[in-house]
Design a protein around this ligand. Structure first.
Ligand code: ADP
Length: 516
């Protein structure tokens, strides 16, 4: 018959076997230390960690057994060196001996020698007080978290690197799930969009920032990536930006989509300006062709005058004419007419040359009169009644004379062409200048031509818009750009009776503003 004592012993033996099995096979370092901190029992994981035989480490102090660098250095043995006073492994064990309280997963470091090198293991130490055969002992568990720490460190470094990179580039980066809801918003989002990080967060989804048409989900599904989407967006201040957007499916999580946005507004502007500059040049050459006949006529006048005066002078020197005053007068006429011819030629050269804007203070009335010289022949040929209503009190304006002359020529040419089918007696062109305000001068050109339909009016300033069979459709768009670059306004409207009026403003030169 089995007694109660035997039953208890059996149960005890059973639980000891259970404990031993768990202890020996536990995947964490587990050992028992006595009050002198000598290792009394160590499991398989401890033996592997210490890289020594079980019999070699039993009886060693904990530090020695685990190859702690300081215990090997110190003759006084583990637990008494200077470092040991601060060693968390030691202190945790000691505390459990002194207070009888256990500790759970205290993070500590264990410096040890591995071959010639020193290494540090990051560990989590847990201690439990135990009575073994009436002796106070402490069960120590060490979890080696070195690899986890190193991975964490590498991850933290790479995360830091990514964060620094993302916040220092001017591109904006976002991630969304497959419904477009933000899962990542770059911290520099304000650079392009003007909205703060928090504001974008409240938007919730990418379509509020990039527009609902930004993603073609089927195409992304098919290609995995959509590159170089040009998208126009309005920032917080209402400014329009051109963006180049790349969209890519990434495998961070099922359905994650990466958006990178580059602001190409400046680049587009530069391209546009280069295009405009090219148009200016084309237009100048075009105008030049049309002016060729006018030029021949213009040069003909001074050249004829020079010829006849030179003839008179020759006759005077041959003794045919005695009047010396007459001779002088003829020589002066030769001089002024030669100057005039020279000016005309210089003018044409300046117009053909592709050069940068050169602002100066100019008299608009003078410029209008000079420009009319180039188109004078056409006006007379078409019998157009020209009226100049140029204000006497005109201040100078800040402008590039060559460019404004180009605007005037475009308008004059268009007005003349618009009146081609108008009855001769009704053909009239009025050019008016006024000081519109303290800072602004206004130029109006009113013709009595065909006028414009509302459809034409809407498209007038679009490049290459023309209603003429041989038209280029660049004159008005170039003129518009020129006036805009001069900080002026440019407009056109149909007259209530017949024809159209084109107008533009120019800023009064600074030195003239107070001369009202
Ligand atoms: P183009 O003269 O080569 O057509 P423009 O840019 O100078 O190019 O003019 C564009 C269009 O604007 C013209 O084709 C014409 O339809 C219209 N337009 C310009 N000026 C006038 C005007 N004074 N009266 C009526 N229509 C005009």
């Amino acid at each position: 018959m089995v007694t109660g004592i035997e039953q208890r012993e059996k149960a005890l033996q059973g639980s000891q076997v259970e404990f031993s099995t768990i202890f020996d096979n536990a995947p964490v370092v587990m050992f028992l230390v006595d009050s002198k901190r000598r290792m009394r029992r160590a499991n398989q994981a401890t033996i592997e960690f210490a890289k020594r035989q079980a019999k070699e480490i039993i009886g060693d102090r904990g530090g020695e057994a685990l190859r702690c660098m300081h215990s090997l250095d110190n003759l006084k043995d583990c637990g008494f060196g200077d470092f040991c006073k601060t060693c968390l492994v030691q202190r945790t064990m000691l505390d459990t001996f002194e207070t009888g309280e256990g500790h759970y997963r205290v993070e500590a470091q264990l410096p040890f020698i591995c071959g010639q090198k020193q290494q540090v293991s990051y560990i989590l130490i847990s201690t439990t007080p135990m009575m073994v055969s009436g002796e106070k002992m402490v069960l120590v568990c060490l979890e080696d978290i070195t690899e986890m720490k190193q991975t964490e460190h590498v991850l933290r470094e790479s995360e830091y690197l990514h964060r620094i990179t993302l916040s220092n580039i001017s591109d904006a980066v976002f991630m969304t799930d497959d419904t477009g809801t933000f899962t990542y918003i770059c911290s520099n989002v304000h650079v392009i969009f003007g909205y703060s990080f928090a504001e974008v967060q409240t938007f919730g989804c990418i379509s509020k920032l990039l527009g609902s048409d930004i993603l073609d989900a089927d195409e992304l599904e098919r290609l995995g990536e959509i590159k170089n989407i040009e998208q126009e967006i309005t920032d917080k201040t209402g400014r329009l930006h051109s963006l180049l957007v790349n969209i890519k499916k990434v495998s961070i999580k099922e359905g994650t989509i990466l958006y990178t946005c580059r602001d190409i507004t400046e680049r587009k502007l530069a391209e546009e300006q280069a295009h405009q500059a090219e148009l200016f040049h084309i237009s100048r050459l075009n105008i030049l062709g049309e002016m060729a006949s006018g030029l021949a006529h213009e040069l003909n006048q001074p050249l004829c005058a020079i010829l006849s005066c030179a003839d008179l002078c020759l006759r005077a020197t041959a003794g045919e004419i005695k009047n010396i005053d007459r001779l002088n007068e003829n020589l002066r006429t030769i001089e002024t007419q030669a100057e005039r011819a020279g000016n005309i030629i210089q003018h044409i050269r300046a117009l053909v040359k592709k050069k940068n804007t050169q602002y100066s203070a100019i008299d608009v009335n003078d410029l209008i009169r000079k420009t009319l010289c180039f188109i004078d022949t056409d006006i007379r040929r078409d019998e157009i009644k020209l009226s100049l209503e140029l204000s006497e009190q005109m201040p100078k304006v800040t402008a590039d004379p060559i460019q404004i002359e180009q605007v005037l020529l475009n308008l004059l040419r268009n007005a003349i062409e618009a009146m081609a089918d108008t009855d001769i007696e009704k053909r009239s062109l009025i050019i008016q200048t006024t000081r519109d305000s303290e800072n602004v001068v206004k130029v109006l050109m009113r013709d009595s031509g065909d006028g414009m339909t509302t459809e034409v009016e809407k498209q007038l300033f679009n490049p290459f818009f023309t209603t003429k069979p041989d038209g280029l459709g660049v004159g008005l768009s170039i003129s518009y750009s020129i006036i805009e670059a001069h900080h002026g306004e440019f407009w056109a409207k149909s007259n209530s009776d017949r024809g159209s009026t084109f107008g533009f403003t120019l800023p009064v030169a600074k030195t003239q503003i107070f001369a009202l």
